[in-house]
Ligand binder design. Structure first.
Ligand SMILES: N[C@@H](CCC(=O)N[C@@H](CS)C(=O)NCC(=O)O)C(=O)O
Length: 225
């Protein structure tokens, strides 16, 4: 039995959860308060504080390197999912960098501005705000709120090439689902988490891709669950 320690808002956690579902792996999910990383610190012997991590018997796996995708690769090996075929390593490495920097970099702000709706606990919420303001400056959430129009435009620009890719094949880079599809599914799941944002209507191929991936993973059409 694999245990996933996560918070449901995190794009990286959504990705790992959907891979577990795609693999039909027997697993349980432990929801952590966003700002309490005690379990992560204990499980990794003080070597990590981010989410997600997974526990498989005595084995603890976390993403030790930026863009290393160690958890996803562990699950890929264990369940033979073929998410990382050697012939696609190069393109997956370039595209996952784009998804996790350009797309995620604007998508998370559009979800963060609605944080009061998805972080109900006052302690967790205040510590989350502290974390954000230390990284992005005091008042960042109000500024992002005021700039949301330009963030929506930026998001559309970022999604345009992905829509174009999906107009000629069912998944981003192949006829089958690969890691980059899981990666993007996580980022879109984070974007939509508050219930206030959606994939822009004009991106019909992205909409169809999203339903296709959700069906493959046996999740509902929303990445929230
Ligand atoms: N999987 C990522 C890292 C995971 C990550 O950045 N998780 C975020 C949550 S979405 C996190 O825990 N950030 C630090 C924090 O919240 O304190 C990697 O490629 O290394």
């Amino acid at each position: 039995m694999i245990t996933l320690y996560h918070h449901p808002v995190s794009p990286f956690c959504i990705t790992i959860r959907m891979i577990l579902c795609y693999a039909k792996a027997e697993h349980r999910v432990v929801d952590l308060p966003y700002s309490d990383r005690r379990v992560i610190i204990e499980k990794t012997g003080g070597n990590y504080y981010k989410i997600p991590i997974i526990e498989d018997g005595k084995t603890i796996v976390w993403d030790r390197t930026e863009l290393g995708q160690e958890i996803a690769r562990y699950l890929d090996d264990k369940f033979r999912l073929d998410l990382f075929p050697p012939a696609l390593e190069g393109i997956q490495s370039i595209l996952s960098r784009y998804i996790e920097s350009d797309v995620e970099g604007v998508a998370f702000k559009l979800n963060d501005i609605h944080y009061e709706s998805w972080l109900p606990d006052v302690h967790d919420r205040t510590m989350w705000l502290r974390h954000k303001e230390r990284k992005f400056g005091s008042g960042c959430i109000s500024q992002w709120h005021a700039n949301q129009g330009s963030f929506h435009e930026e998001l559309e620009e970022c999604l345009k090439p992905l829509e174009q890719m999906l107009s000629v094949r069912p998944f981003l880079i192949d006829e089958s689902m690969r890691f980059v599809d899981c990666d993007l599914f996580g980022v879109i799941g984070n974007l939509m988490f508050s219930g206030h944002n959606a994939i822009p209507t004009r991106f019909s191929y992205l909409h169809r891709w999203h339903s296709r991936v959700a069906t493959r993973c046996g999740t509902s059409q929303s990445a929230k669950t």
